[in-house]
Write a protein that binds this ligand. Structure first.
Ligand code: BG6
Length: 479
């Protein structure tokens, strides 16, 4: 059922995500008059605050995290906010919460940004208080479980109260402008699709590098590790968008139908196709940083880096490896996708001494949003000693190409889509489960092989074994 919500209920309203992303995104949407003036935002969490206290909390968050030039209508925005304290684990407080929310027939969107252990009791509480009717939609923030079993439990609990077409599972990478641009690049241009297959593509690389370390999320991260924190969701979504067949339309069903087919075609990873690492003390951008074990205060076998050679077993991608790598404390914060094309079938310049390099498409997702296609070109000259060819970039910097357009952070778009009810950029249950199935098999392989992470110095691109993983196939990671 399509409706635009006029109530937004935020669970975990005093948490880190709310401070850094949700409240600033909502304030930015408000400043640009993109949300209805009637939309009320109700925060809830354990903290014992009243409306004024929550508004003060939100004001401080906005002063810290919202750029000064987007704070113009802050007082008005704060007036939209109210707050109800709640212990989510008992049914007691939900009736009061429902009273605070008021009538839901104008549409209510609920955003759960809490520990996954609270999902089930919260859903029960919401049902108990009648906050599960036809005009209520439910948005879930990751992590959605720690493996397939726990994810199914959460999904079952949510499905008991809300149908799939009212469940919005966030993967904030899907809200990033350049991630959507990947779809435009592939499906709004004629030239790539005919060569987007194993006949013309040698391999694909997806790198998500981060310079940060644990960032105070000690307990969560040490239980999760890089595979579950980054690969299970963001990286597999990027892979699915690169590898999927053209959907019939840009809508939630068509796009997600195609993504899930890719996720289900992922081949089980074998021994020797993954490398894990854990950072040690080193330096990032000239600053000394401690090792993972120092930050954690104990020894741990959790991986802060993972590299995987993945395969999509279908006609289009037969024999094309997808090299994935992600890690904390790498030299750069960078997310990029590299599509390495094959060599031309025959070089007419070979007899003239020219060396050829195959074309490469680099899709920069962050921090730089640009698309670069490397092409071979002739070095100017009379060529009396042979022809010289060199790779030159055809470069589109998105911020320059669209200099007048506002660049919005992922949560601005995702919150607006949630309020307005567009599921295209949210992850469907079958996708999440296919992602877990593949990742769980990797974890059982690690357990079986008793694989322990190799150490790497902070500020390097992970353990040397990760380089070897690609080099064994004659592939060099793009840097
Ligand atoms: C989150 C992970 O999902 O994504 C974090 O839990 C990670 O560990 C973050 O730092 C990265 O997001 P972004 O948008 O900064 O690339």
């Amino acid at each position: 059922m399509s409706f635009t919500a006029n109530r937004l209920l935020l669970f975990g309203a005093t948490g880190d995500l709310s401070q850094r992303m949700l409240l600033p995104s909502l304030a930015a949407l408000h400043a640009d008059e993109l949300i209805d003036p009637d939309l009320r935002i109700i925060g809830t969490a354990r903290s014992d605050l009243d409306d004024a206290g929550f508004r003060q909390f939100a004001r401080e968050a906005l002063e810290k995290y919202l750029p000064a030039n987007r704070r113009s209508k802050m007082a008005d925005f704060l007036n939209r906010l109210s707050y109800q304290p709640l212990d989510a684990t008992t049914l007691d407080g939900y009736t009061e919460l429902a009273k605070k929310v008021g009538p839901t027939d104008g549409g209510l969107a609920i955003f759960l940004s809490t520990a996954p252990s609270l999902f089930e009791p919260t859903i029960k509480g919401l049902q108990h208080a009648g906050l599960d009717g036809d005009t209520v939609r439910m948005c879930l923030e990751k992590p959605l479980g720690t493996d397939l079993g726990s994810s199914c439990e959460i999904n079952d609990a949510v499905a008991g109260a809300y149908p799939e077409d009212r469940i919005f599972r966030i993967d904030h990478y899907l809200g990033k402008e350049t991630v959507q641009n990947l779809l435009a690049l592939r499906f709004a241009n004629l030239m790539f699709e005919p060569i987007w297959n194993s006949a013309h593509i040698d391999h694909v690389q997806i790198t998500v590098g981060e310079t940060v370390g644990l960032e105070g999320r000690v307990a969560f991260y040490d239980d999760a590790g890089a595979l579950r924190d980054m690969v299970q969701n963001h990286m597999l979504q990027l892979l699915a968008l690169v590898a999927m067949e053209p959907p019939g339309h840009f809508d939630a069903t068509a796009v997600r139908d195609e993504k899930v087919k890719v996720l289900r075609s992922l081949r089980k990873v074998e021994t020797g196709e993954t490398v894990t690492g854990q950072y040690r003390a080193g330096a990032i951008e000239g600053q000394a940083v401690p090792g993972y074990d120092d930050e954690l205060g104990k020894d741990s076998d959790t991986e802060t880096f993972v590299a995987i050679k993945a395969h999509v077993d279908n006609w289009r991608w037969k024999g094309v490896p997808f090299y994935l790598r992600t890690g904390k404390r790498l030299p750069e914060r960078v997310t990029e996708i590299i599509v390495q094309f094959r060599c031309v079938p025959h070089s007419i310049f070979e007899g003239k001494g020219a060396t050829m390099k195959p074309n490469k498409l680099v899709i920069g997702i962050q921090p730089e949003e640009n698309i670069t296609l490397s092409l071979m070109a002739k070095v100017p000259g009379l060529d009396r000693e042979g022809i010289r060819l060199r790779q030159v970039p055809l470069n589109i910097a998105m911020p320059d190409a669209f200099s007048g357009a506002v660049r919005r952070i992922a949560y601005e778009r995702l919150l607006l889509d949630l309020i307005e009810g567009d599921q295209t950029l949210f992850v469907r249950r079958d996708e999440v489960e296919a992602q877990w199935e593949w990742v769980d098999a990797i974890r059982s392989l690690w357990n079986h092989d008793e694989l322990k992470p190799k150490t790497y110095t902070s500020g390097t691109w992970g353990p040397s074994a990760a380089i070897a993983l690609a080099e064994r196939d004659g592939v060099t990671w793009h840097e």
